[in-house]
Design a binder for this molecule. Structure first.
Ligand SMILES: Cc1cc2nc3c(=O)[nH]c(=O)nc-3n(C[C@H](O)[C@H](O)[C@H](O)COP(=O)(O)OP(=O)(O)OC[C@H]3O[C@@H](n4cnc5c(N)ncnc54)[C@H](O)[C@@H]3O)c2cc1C
Length: 409
């Protein structure tokens, strides 16, 4: 049964991506009454809004898939398995990292199911519009939804909006992009249908076709290596990340240009495949995603900013509440990602203070909103890690720091 939402909660989570779902489940499993709000009509965040169809960060790097994230994320994976997706570790032939391949419709339903089973109230088509706060606390949120605006209250709040929208309207100072104000490129991964499954994908042919296209085409790609591609489970479709768009700022005008460019490029690129790459003669564009993939936006002030150094040295700490295991994956130069591995034993602790807003006692961050410098951000933003920081933020919001430790030790 789907419950009617109320107006008073223990914990309200803004944003229904991996971070928000992790937070809502974490809080609910501590016994809290939880509301999760999401501006789209479905959950999943970048996985379902932007065709980001692989969970990264669940495993350490190395020849075997050693887990770095468990807890409530496992409930999500189990729910996906119940719907027919393997959710097993898969070693990317391009990066050699361990990932979990996703099929977006399964992700949406699995997340609906797991939140319902854990008693979380969910409101879709609803966004945070305003907050009421005093110096060190948030008191209420004004939500905007289909029926207009209304007010909800909670003891504690979690900003899992990816873009730190709750922190923004709460007036918490933030850094945009890296320490020089430079944003990582946005990308529009696409789903390609109609490929002949009997013809192996020929990377050399893709590279040659784009060498040619880049000379005269309207949307030359900086990914001259053919991009990253995999097969989407249960569909026979190819998932393909080939187009990156540098972002000058966070204005709506810049995002409009990025959306329009990535859409136009996607149509061109399908034509390139059809014309020049064996096996793609009947290829077609299945979907560009409801929106372009935003790698980076703003970073609100946290009580601790995780550093690249913490990750490169594999720093362990007593106040760790989640593990970062994904390599630092820097996309500051569009189309030319640079990877640096997590040091030490291949994992670094993320401390509770990275999840806590500076100056506001009852606001936590989850997912890619958490406190991190630009190097650490390029690791912790992945969805596996987002589930883990979400779970910790949710459990802390429900029950405080007592007994809270890294949930996957
Ligand atoms: C092109 C690209 C490729 C990537 N590749 C991978 C990959 O292969 N694997 C991986 O694990 N990660 C990858 N990432 C990173 C990853 O997708 C994100 O960093 C991750 O999704 C962060 O999770 P999140 O829950 O913090 O935020 P998001 O997934 O962004 O979710 C935030 C949610 O909040 C909602 N929201 C926003 N504002 C409001 C509001 N005001 N009110 C209500 N709801 C709101 C949004 O609609 C969204 O659903 C990639 C990112 C990009 C852009």
């Amino acid at each position: 049964m789907i419950r009617q939402p109320e107006t008073d909660y223990d914990v309200i989570v803004a944003g229904g991506g991996a971070g928000g779902v992790g937070a809502a489940l974490g809080a609910a499993r501590e016994g809290a009454k939880v509301l999760l709000i999401e501006k789209y009509g479905f959950l999943g965040g970048a996985a379902t809004t932007s065709n980001v169809l692989a969970y990264c960060g669940f495993f350490q790097q190395g020849p075997e898939p050693v887990k770095a994230v468990g807890g409530v994320a496992d409930l999500v994976l189990d729910e996906m398995r119940a719907l027919g997706v393997s959710a097993d570790p898969f070693r990317s032939p391009t990066t050699h990292n361990w990932i979990i391949l996703l099929e977006p419709e399964t992700v949406k339903l699995a997340l609906d199911n797991v939140l319902r089973k854990n008693g979380v109230d969910v409101l879709l088509h609803t966004r945070v519009a305003a907050v009421t706060r005093t110096a060190d606390r948030l008191h209420a949120l004004t939500l905007a939804g289909m029926e207009g605006r209304w007010r909800v209250e909670a003891e504690n709040y979690v900003d899992a909006t990816g873009d730190a929208n709750l922190a923004l309207i709460a007036g918490i100072p933030s850094r945009i992009g890296n320490e020089d104000g430079r944003l990582q490129a946005a990308s529009g991964p696409i789903r390609v249908g109609g490929r002949n499954p009997n013809v192996p994908i020929d990377r050399k042919a893709i590279i040659a076709a784009f060498e040619d296209y880049n000379k005269t085409g309207d949307w030359p790609t900086a990914r001259t290596d053919g991009g990253i591609y995999t097969e989407i489970p249960m569909t026979g479709e190819m998932w393909w990340m080939i187009f990156d768009h540098p972002m000058a700022d966070l204005s709506s005008a810049s995002f409009t240009r990025a959306e329009q460019a990535s859409r136009a490029a996607a149509h061109d690129y399908i034509n390139v495949l059809r014309k020049s790459v064996p096996g793609f003669e009947n290829a077609y564009l299945v979907q560009t995603g409801p929106q372009i993939g935003i790698r980076e936006s703003r970073h609100p002030q946290a009580r601790y900013e995780l550093t690249g150094e913490d990750l490169l040295t594999g720093r362990r700490r007593a106040d760790g509440v989640a593990y970062a295991a994904w390599p630092i994956e820097d996309h500051s130069v569009a189309g030319k990602p640079v990877y640096r591995s997590v040091g030490g034993d291949g994992i670094a602790d993320i401390p509770l203070d990275s999840l806590r807003a500076k100056g506001v006692d009852n606001l936590c961050y989850a997912g890619r909103v958490i406190g991190a410098d630009s190097a650490a951000y390029a690791s912790i933003r992945v969805m596996g890690t987002a589930f883990a920081t979400g779970e910790a933020a949710g459990r802390f919001s429900a029950s405080g720091a007592n007994g809270l430790k890294n949930l996957w030790k």
